[in-house]
Design a protein around this ligand. Structure first.
Ligand code: KG4
Ligand code: ZN
Length: 351
């Protein structure tokens, strides 16, 4: 029976949570920096780091209060060690390790994508191992075979832009605010189906890799073709382009996910990461799942994008495997291959 504090600070969201191995998620809190970065049209790393410093301790106080416990009751502190922005990661890592030192408890570095990948296990019903995971975030698009905690096999990934990046860059071309994915999805609702058809890159490449960088060029071409004399796009045209963009990205993600299920002979698909919040993606996946007899699992909407709960949860799983280090020397890993986790995990009992 352990209580784990989780701290996420890899990008533009400070997330903190308390997870109890028997009672589940006790409390979680999130501070999003969207307003801070929106005037720059994207994340400014230095501003992100400074804001994580401001938010982290108040959020920790808030979750301990909500869970009605004290820091002295915490058995370990999990923090996002990578991948992500190095300055932002350093804030979470240094706060986690300093607190863990003061409390004489282990500090556990967590792989951010492992957090996303395991986040559907926080919901119910939850998938059983093995399953295929579609990881779709702002920085990554990967299909993984997951045989257990820490048993990950990469099946395919984006050779260039991630799906979230394709959403964000296309949104920017349409004059939408950062973060563009949810804004583009909102605009697409008003778009007419079939007016524009954008390329579906690598749809029939025969492997499970993706390529999304060509999509933004196709969107740019459409935007240029339809820009009016006053340098604006007609509102309906904007919505139509947004719709075509979303359809192209979602079609490729659905098609490749189906191919991954077929290749692995598995019947469970887990969708994780920010783009997993996209309603069109969920609707299409649910529809084909019904037709083809497989099941799709998503994290609760609030745990699709970055959050502390997934880090506290992954920390709880890791603590079952290993003591957790108590030397409190830390480093962060802005670039980190998820498959490197395989060496460090065996099996877990409380799932
Ligand atoms: O997982 P996440 O919060 O952060 C990373 O680890 O990258 O994912 C953020 C990405 C952004 O690109 C954002 O635009 C996208 O997820 N996103 C969406 C939606 N909500 C977030 N993309 C499409 N539709 C959405 N509803
Ligand atoms: Zn993420």
């Amino acid at each position: 029976m352990k209580l784990i504090l989780g701290i996420e600070s890899s990008c533009d969201e400070t997330g903190v949570a308390l997870y109890h191995t028997e009672r589940g998620l006790l409390a979680h809190a999130l501070y999003t920096q969207i307003a801070l970065h929106s005037e720059y049209g994207g994340v400014v790393p230095e501003l992100a780091s400074r804001d994580h410093i401001r938010r982290c301790l108040p959020l920790i106080r808030a979750v301990t209060k909500e869970a009605n416990c004290t820091l002295q009751e915490v058995n370990a502190i999990a923090y996002t060690q990578g991948p992500g922005l190095s300055g932002a990661l350093l804030v979470g890592a240094s706060i986690a390790c300093a607190l863990a030192y003061a409390l004489n408890i282990p500090a556990i570095g967590i792989h951010h994508l492992e957090g996303h990948l395991l986040s559907p296990l926080l919901s119910s019903p939850k998938p059983e191992f093995p399953f295929v995971a579609l990881l779709v975030s702002g920085g990554h698009t990967q299909l993984m075979r997951v045989d257990g905690v820490g048993k990950y096999t990469l099946l395919g990934e984006s050779l260039d832009d991630a799906a979230g990046e394709a959403f964000d860059k296309s949104a920017k071309l349409l004059g939408l605010n950062y973060p563009g994915g949810p804004e583009l999805a909102k605009l697409a609702i008003r778009g007419q189906p079939g007016r524009f058809k954008l390329p579906r890159p690598m749809l029939h490449s025969g492997d499970l890799d993706f390529s999304f960088s060509g999509l933004k060029t196709a969107v740019l071409t459409l935007v240029r073709q339809h820009t009016l004399d006053d340098q604006r796009l007609d509102e309906q045209t904007r919505a139509d382009i947004a719709r075509a963009t979303q359809e192209a990205i979602v079609d490729v993600l659905v098609h490749k996910s189906l191919a991954a299920l077929k290749q692995t002979d598995l019947l469970q698909l887990v969708v994780a990461g920010g783009v997993g919040a996209n309603r069109q993606l969920r609707a299409q996946l649910n529809q084909v799942a019904d037709q083809r007899g497989f099941r799709v699992f998503y994290p609760d909407l609030e745990f699709c994008t970055d959050n502390g709960a997934m880090i506290a949860f992954a920390g709880a799983l890791r603590l079952q495997q290993q003591e957790g280090k108590k030397d409190y020397l830390f480093n962060v890993k802005p670039r980190w291959d998820l498959q490197e986790m395989n060496a460090t995990m065996q099996s877990t009992s409380f799932l």
